[in-house]
Design a protein around this ligand. Structure first.
Ligand code: BDR
Ligand code: CA
Length: 309
């Protein structure tokens, strides 16, 4: 099994990513979940993480991280994720509480005490991961790799060029992308193709309790998707977990990717070098396509596993 830490801001799609990982303990050992201000305030999204874990009875340590980006004020994703950050289903209060130690110290401790290098799975702004790298660069060798959701080579979503997770904290993203740690990027190029359609959401609501709850999450999430004119609802964050479980579902390309922190129209853009001959070594494995049907099956099967527990 591969040890992982999920760094997240739940978030409808974050919640589904967590559930997907929890369904596969034979492949992924979740050492912990760390939270970061993003889709909503740190308090709200941490509470959401705890509620999801409690709903499925998974007592995984949850450590709170940064309230906001390295520079400036937090921009939330309230438009897409609602006032709670995970609007839709009414979930019972969590039986669990966050641990006392903060996210960065928690990750440090896990990296130091693990026999094997750990894979980090950031699916929110990269603030915690950048803070860790800056504070403890010597720990980089204990990180097996980063499978992250964020960015988009072709286009953005918050702006025409910037995707939300990178837009919220471009300085953090720059530190992570320049760290030399092997990165696999699930950006909008692939995650928009990992869409779930209305009839598939309806089907979830005829199944067990975890599937129904996810169906309700997606009903709310779809309101925003429809408003934006999307065909189906992109399951962004689950891609970063799905790639760890079934990399063969994806098509990818190694690219040199740098983060724009300045531009008037491009702050927060993941700038990929698509030229055949370039002056820098590619630093990121960029996912570009996915077998959508097989991906949705992976999600369905995972929820069925959790329904049966
Ligand atoms: C990303 O932003 C958030 O709204 C989602 O949880 C996902 O991580 C998509 O742009
Ligand atoms: Ca997220």
């Amino acid at each position: 099994t591969k040890p992982i830490i999920i760094d997240c801001d739940p978030g409808h799609d974050d919640a589904i990513a967590i559930l997907l990982a929890l369904a596969h303990p034979e492949q992924l050992e979740i050492k912990g979940i760390t939270t970061v201000g993003g889709n909503q305030t740190l308090e709200k999204i941490t509470n959401n993480a705890l509620k999801i874990l409690s709903f499925v009875g998974a007592n995984v340590p949850v450590a709170k991280g940064a309230k906001g980006p390295l520079l400036g004020a937090l921009v939330t994703g309230e438009e897409a994720h609602g006032e709670s950050g995970m609007d839709g289903p009414v979930l019972p209060p969590s039986r669990f509480r966050a641990i006392e130690v903060g996210a960065v110290e928690f990750i440090r401790h896990q990296l130091l005490s693990s026999d094997e290098p750990i894979t980090l799975v950031p699916i929110g702004p990269l603030t915690n991961i950048a803070t860790l790298i800056r504070a403890y660069p010597e720990l980089k060798s204990r990180i097996a790799g980063i499978s992250m959701m964020g960015g988009g080579i072709a286009y953005g979503n918050v702006t025409r060029t910037a995707e939300f997770n990178i837009y919220v904290d471009p300085e953090a993203a720059q530190i992570v992308f320049e760290s030399g740690i092997p990165i696999t990027m699930s950006g909008l190029d692939v995650t928009d193709k990992a869409a779930i359609f209305d009839e598939e959401i309806e089907a979830l609501k005829t199944r067990g309790p975890v599937s129904v709850m996810v169906g309700e999450l997606l009903d709310f999430y779809s309101i925003y998707g429809k408003k934006m004119g999307y065909h189906g609802n992109a399951l962004h964050d689950p891609c970063a977990i799905a790639w760890l479980l079934q990399p063969e579902l994806f098509h990818s390309k190694m690219l040199d990717v740098t983060i724009e922190t300045q531009g008037t129209y491009t702050r927060g853009m993941t700038v990929g070098d698509l030229r055949t001959k370039t002056d820098r070594e590619p630093n990121v494995n960029v996912l570009l396509d996915v077998n959508r049907d097989a991906f949705i099956r992976l999600i369905y099967d995972a929820l069925a596993i959790l329904d049966a527990r």
